[in-house]
Design a protein around this ligand. Structure first.
Ligand code: FMN
Length: 411
């Protein structure tokens, strides 16, 4: 199968599996413990059905979304993922360029291999910068200052990694930080010569460029990775750290990794502008709810005070449609973009973004909703509802002009 023959995200996953050594593929693909949360993220979408409305004009469809004061072409952006340079050199810059072309946000991880300044230079209107609070307040403050100096449009703070998680695939495969080429890894890698050549040609372990300034001058990539490992995760981080970041950063602030409605309310009171409802793609707490399961209560709690973005398990256009019906303004996806970057670089990323765009467009047409932003819970099938509350009996409708009836249900 060639890249252009990938007709869905699962095909792209297969392509990535073929092009990456197992240790690398598993690092991307895996979850925590028994990977139940990973599975739950998909099952949560499968439990919903969309109830189509017909005979509505869907000749022109619009999937643009307004997020944090800017309009994007499509509701599915790219989640932040660290160490992407391991899957292909310049993976972060490739994603930034593809996001700019597709006009969707790309959340650059602070654990990226390019510096935040480089990514912003490529896609100034599309790169959001994601950081974790570290154990060192001076570094936190410096990261915020650098984001301000680089003219980053949106700052994202991820809060769902208090400690490292038990990712058993990584432990079995011997994935350690810094990344080391053991004999087993080398044997498997040899079956993927394209990846090996690229890895060796670019000097092996890629540098975590955002952290280079905090390491001694001349530190190797491995030493910088070790430093990063001592600074994060930082289990002592609390809302006070977030407050200090809110004070220092005047632009749009997003908190990523919220699942509890009370945390959502605290974030809103603290002045966050958006939340990413996320369980980190099922990579942190196996007993956590699916992000989609957590969304309705968060939406009920914060209403329209704060914008809601959802990630974890988005694999189909219909997932983004369902998420919107349950209160999300937009969505992000992580692994599929990494599969694409690993399998086919920029062409691959452009391809998965286009697949999702096409799928959202088709689903909007199928359900009779011409605008993504007009989606609401009325498009969801509800087993227990008999629609009596929503629809006037036919006998009553006869007396009214059809146009009035339709206008009253306007999308
Ligand atoms: C390989 C990998 C690395 C990740 N690194 C980060 C990171 O640096 N920062 C962060 O906030 N989330 C990180 N995440 C979580 C993603 O941002 C996102 O929440 C998750 O991938 C969404 O789920 P999905 O992969 O099912 O779409 C990472 C996820 C993966 C798969």
């Amino acid at each position: 199968m060639k890249t252009h023959q990938a007709i869905n995200l699962e095909d792209m996953r297969e392509l990535a599996q073929r092009s990456l050594p197992r240790i690398a593929f598993d690092f991307i693909d895996g979850g925590v413990d028994d990977e139940r949360c990973l599975q739950r993220n998909r099952e949560a979408f499968a439990r919903h059905r969309l109830l189509p409305r017909y005979l509505r004009d869907v000749g022109q469809r619009d999937q643009t979304v307004k997020l944090l004061g800017r309009t994007y072409a499509s509701p599915i952006g790219i989640s932040p993922t660290g160490l992407a340079g391991l899957w292909r050199p310049d993976a972060d810059l490739i994603q930034a360029a593809a996001a700019r072309e597709a006009d969707v946000p790309f959340l650059l991880s602070s654990a990226s291999n390019c510096a935040l300044e480089e990514a912003v230079a490529i896609a100034p209107d599309h790169v959001w910068f994601q950081m974790y609070c570290t154990a060192d307040e001076n570094i936190n403050a410096d990261l915020v200052r650098r984001a301000i100096r680089a003219n980053v449009g949106v700052l994202v703070v991820s809060v769902d990694v208090p400690v490292n998680a038990n990712r058993e695939r990584n432990r079995r495969n011997g994935f350690s930080r810094p990344f080391r080429m053991t004999p087993g890894v080398v044997m498997d890698a040899l079956k993927h010569p394209g990846w090996v050549l690229r890895y060796l040609r670019t000097g092996g372990v890629p540098m975590m460029r955002n952290w280079e300034p905090y390491a001694p001058k001349g530190a190797s990539a491995a030493q910088v990775a070790d430093l990063y490992g001592t600074l994060t995760p930082a289990p002592m981080v609390d809302w006070n750290h977030l407050r200090r970041i809110r004070d220092a950063w005047k632009g749009p602030l997003v908190i990523k990794g919220i699942l509890h409605p009370e945390d959502a309310c605290i974030a809103a009171r603290l002045g966050a502008n958006a939340l990413v409802v996320s369980n980190h793609g099922g990579r942190q707490l196996d007993a956590a709810p699916a992000s989609l399961e957590a969304l309705p209560a968060i939406h009920d709690a914060v209403g329209e005070q704060i914008e809601l973005i959802l990630d974890s398990g988005i694999r189909r256009g219909s997932d983004a449609v369902i998420a919107r019906c349950l209160g999300a303004h937009a969505c992000l996806f992580g692994r599929p973009v990494l599969y694409a970057v690993a399998a086919a670089g920029r062409v691959g990323v452009a391809h998965v973004l286009q697949i999702m765009r096409n799928e959202v467009d088709m689903v909007l047409a199928q359900i009779g909703c011409a605008r993504y932003e007009s989606l609401n819970s009325g498009y969801l099938w509800q087993e227990s509802a008999h629609f009596s509350h929503a629809v006037a009996p036919v006998s009553e409708m006869r007396g009214i002009h059809l146009s009035v009836a339709l206008a009253s249900e306007a999308q």
